[in-house]
Design a binder for this molecule. Structure first.
Ligand SMILES: [Fe+2]
Length: 370
């Protein structure tokens, strides 16, 4: 692999006890503030996600991924920017990856009810779920949505704790995200060929998430025959901690959670709202130095309501923060821009923002022969 393997630092990621956090425990709030502020990532115990249920979901997802390409392609929806259904490999790319697509295939579904008015305004990010024909019998859809809903509730509790830790009213963030285009994603990282081992190929290039908070219940490595693979050496999730004087590039830290814990990480929207007090975590997914190993994982993305304006809250509105995060952007449009940036939405979508009146006038003038 690259030189990155020798640069992993042993910074301790705080483990938050969700039961205690929900009771407002002062130590847990302090740990949460440190984790989300300096590392942009925490581990969570007593979260209520059942490991066996997660394994059953991954088994159903692996069955889906093994389906014939034509069947998966019938569930691929470029017209909703791949925000529902199957995303083929080589589609999404990180903004700083130089055009290199990630080495993965994905599935998107929302565990939330969809507001028809928001669907009319933002048809892609509020699209209806679609499922493979056998999704009910195989348990794929039920398990998917059950875990998605559980992750969402965990996220809301963390957001209440985050508001308390920042001395904001407890419902500050939960109100902000109510009705957002929350989405749960299943990911299948593809096995490396022998010739790709040790070449620096990444499963997921380094990026920051563009939503508000991301929940990761933990991935599973396996061989082609389904047998579990125990990761050795550097593989899985790595993050980049906040830069400081000694480490201006930010120290790289293993992000994968210890057994029984899950992960939460800060997205760009939460960093913006807090004027940079919380850190949108740069992170990447590395494959093991071994051919033939797959990885399944899942992520739940909590988004701001699309009508909320992304700019630092009053408490965090310093001249530096205004400068760093200007101009304010409507959260729904921020999503649109980012989906263009990462290759899922066509760039013409940006041209549709704002110019309709000129177009109407141009059409009227054309009728006059002008
Ligand atoms: Fe990510």
């Amino acid at each position: 692999m690259t030189s990155t393997t020798s640069e992993i630092h042993e910074l301790k990621v705080p483990v938050i006890d969700l039961d205690k956090l929900r009771e407002g425990d002062a130590d847990e709030l302090a740990n949460l503030a440190y984790g989300l502020g300096d590392l942009g990532l925490i581990h969570i115990k007593n979260h209520g996600i059942d490991a066996e249920q997660l394994d059953s979901f991954y088994a159903a997802f692996q069955e889906f991924c093994a389906k014939p390409m034509a069947e998966k392609e019938s569930l691929s929806q470029a017209h909703v920017w791949f925000q529902r259904g199957w995303t083929p490999p080589d589609t999404e790319k990180a903004v700083l990856a130089g055009g290199q697509p990630d080495f993965k295939e994905c599935y998107f579904a929302t565990p939330e009810e969809i507001d028809p008015f928001l669907q009319a305004e933002y048809p892609q990010i509020f699209a209806d779920n679609i499922w493979p024909a056998d999704a009910q019998e195989s348990g794929f859809a039920d398990r998917y949505l059950t875990i998605g809903r559980q992750l969402h509730q965990i996220g809301l509790s963390l957001l209440e704790g985050t508001a308390q830790a920042l001395k904001l009213p407890k419902d500050t963030f939960t109100r902000f995200v109510q009705g957002g285009a929350h989405v749960t994603r299943a990911l299948h990282y593809l096995p490396l060929q022998e010739s790709q081992v040790d070449t620096g190929v990444r499963w997921g290039e380094e990026h920051t998430d563009f939503n508000l908070l991301t929940l990761l219940p933990g991935g599973r490595f396996y061989y082609e025959n389904g047998e579990a693979y125990t990761p050795k050496g550097v593989s899985g999730l790595y993050l980049r901690a906040r830069a400081d004087e000694q480490h201006p590039q930010g120290r790289r830290v293993k992000g994968s959670a210890p057994a029984g814990c899950i992960v939460a990480q800060v997205g760009q929207q939460l960093e913006i709202l807090t004027g940079g007090k919380l850190l949108a975590t740069p992170h990447e997914i590395l494959p093991p130095n071994e051919a033939g190993v797959h990885r399944s994982s899942m992520a739940h993305f909590i988004h701001s309501h699309p009508h909320q304006v992304l700019m630092p809250f009053e408490q965090f509105k310093t001249p530096e923060a205004i400068q760093a995060y200007r101009p304010p952007v409507l959260a729904g449009n921020y999503s649109l821009k980012t989906l263009v940036d990462i290759g899922l939405a066509p760039s013409e979508e940006l041209d549709k923002l704002g110019y309709r009146h000129y177009r109407r006038l141009a059409e009227q003038r054309a009728q006059e022969g002008r």
